[in-house]
Ligand binder design. Structure first.
Ligand code: DAH
Length: 344
């Protein structure tokens, strides 16, 4: 019997030595160590062995199964390590390799110029309006009526302004001037505010026009505010925004909410005043509308025009940005092309 056990041991050791993978090892484990294994059967047969030999044979069977088990476990550990190394090798990361390029988010040029313009006016003593006084979805009253815009004015036409199909009189504001009225209704002079925001116009889109764009509105109402103050503030703004070298001019104009009114032009950046398609041959590009607040507008918000005067202005942010950076197509601001945006 002893011989038989040693024979089993020998076979097992050779098989374990030659085993090629975990699957074969499992078969070996089954063959030599399971309940149905030959060794186990021998253990069961111990009762037929002469009593004086039993302890020795019993000990030997145990010893051999332990030995086989230890070797099987050792082999299993080896296979596990091999598999693990294969996996690690396959998933290896070389931290010295250059990474793939992920474009970063970038501040939008319109946001950049808006911030610049706001900063300049803050230096000149203007404060940002509360958001609630500057809604984009507006009623006609604030976009037109209280700004002295007559009922039959062409700006009110559906060709120019977006009207809600659901609610009467509800529009997308066509100018940031609604903010002036809301501010004056909710506070008393002195008022010195600016209000940047989006405006909408029902327009066919081209290199010069988009039906969504941005404006900054400004309003200064107090005792003794004059047209001289208007010119002083706007000239200072232009000097700070464009630098002193850019020629500008004030031009007589008309707006229902200001009297007198003026538009400000700066010399065309493309042709330097010679005249080109960008400036329609005039050599000048308009950047803002402005004027002394019409007494009717003050009266409509219960401010006495005999005591207070004021000036207001509204400027197009796209136009100001295009002029500063010589951009010739307004649609570039809305395409989100990273090659364009990255230049700012
Ligand atoms: N709201 C005018 C526009 O969109 C611009 C403007 C002109 C605003 C004169 C003003 C102003 O506040 O006084 O064309």
């Amino acid at each position: 019997m002893e011989e038989k056990i040693l024979q089993i041991k020998k076979e097992a050791l050779t098989e374990i030595e030659q085993v090629k993978n975990q699957k074969e090892l499992d078969e070996i484990r089954n063959k030599y160590l399971s309940r149905a294994s030959e060794l186990n059967n021998l253990k069961k047969g111990l009762k037929d062995v002469a009593p004086e030999l039993r302890p020795k044979i019993g000990a030997l069977t145990n010893e051999v199964s332990k030995e086989i088990e230890a070797l099987v476990n050792k082999k299993a550990e080896e296979f596990y390590q091999i598999e693990l190394n294969k996996k690690l090798e396959a998933e290896k990361i070389d931290v010295t390799l250059p990474s793939t390029y992920e474009p970063y988010g970038h501040i939008h040029p319109l946001t950049k110029t808006t911030n610049e313009i706001v900063e300049i006016f803050e230096m000149l003593g203007f404060s940002l309006i509360k958001n609630e006084y500057s809604p984009e979805v507006e009623v006609e009253k604030y976009n037109f009526d209280l700004l002295n815009v007559p009922k039959e004015h062409p700006a009110r036409d559906v060709q120019d302004t977006f009207y809600s199909k659901l609610a009467k009189n509800v529009i997308l504001r066509s100018q940031t001037s609604n903010a002036q009225v809301r501010q004056m209704q909710n506070s008393r002079p002195p008022i010195k505010i600016i209000s940047p925001g989006r405006v909408y116009r029902s327009e066919s889109v081209s290199a010069r026009k988009n039906n969504l764009f941005h404006q900054i509105e400004g309003l200064y109402v107090d005792k003794n505010v004059t047209f001289g103050d208007l010119k002083g503030v706007l000239n200072e703004f232009i000097r700070l925004y464009f630098g002193s070298s850019r020629p500008t001019r004030f031009r007589n104009s008309f707006f229902p909410f200001t009297e007198p009114s003026a538009e400000v032009d700066v010399q065309c950046i493309m042709c330097h005043g010679k005249g080109c398609p960008t400036c329609s041959g005039t050599g000048w590009l308009e950047i803002l509308g402005s004027g002394m607040v019409d007494p009717n507008v003050l009266r409509a918000v219960d401010i006495d025009p005999d005591v207070y005067t004021g000036f207001a202005f509204g400027m197009g942010i796209e136009r100001l940005t295009m002029l500063k950076y010589a951009i010739d197509d307004i649609r570039l601001f809305f395409n989100n092309d990273i090659r364009f945006l990255n230049q700012f």
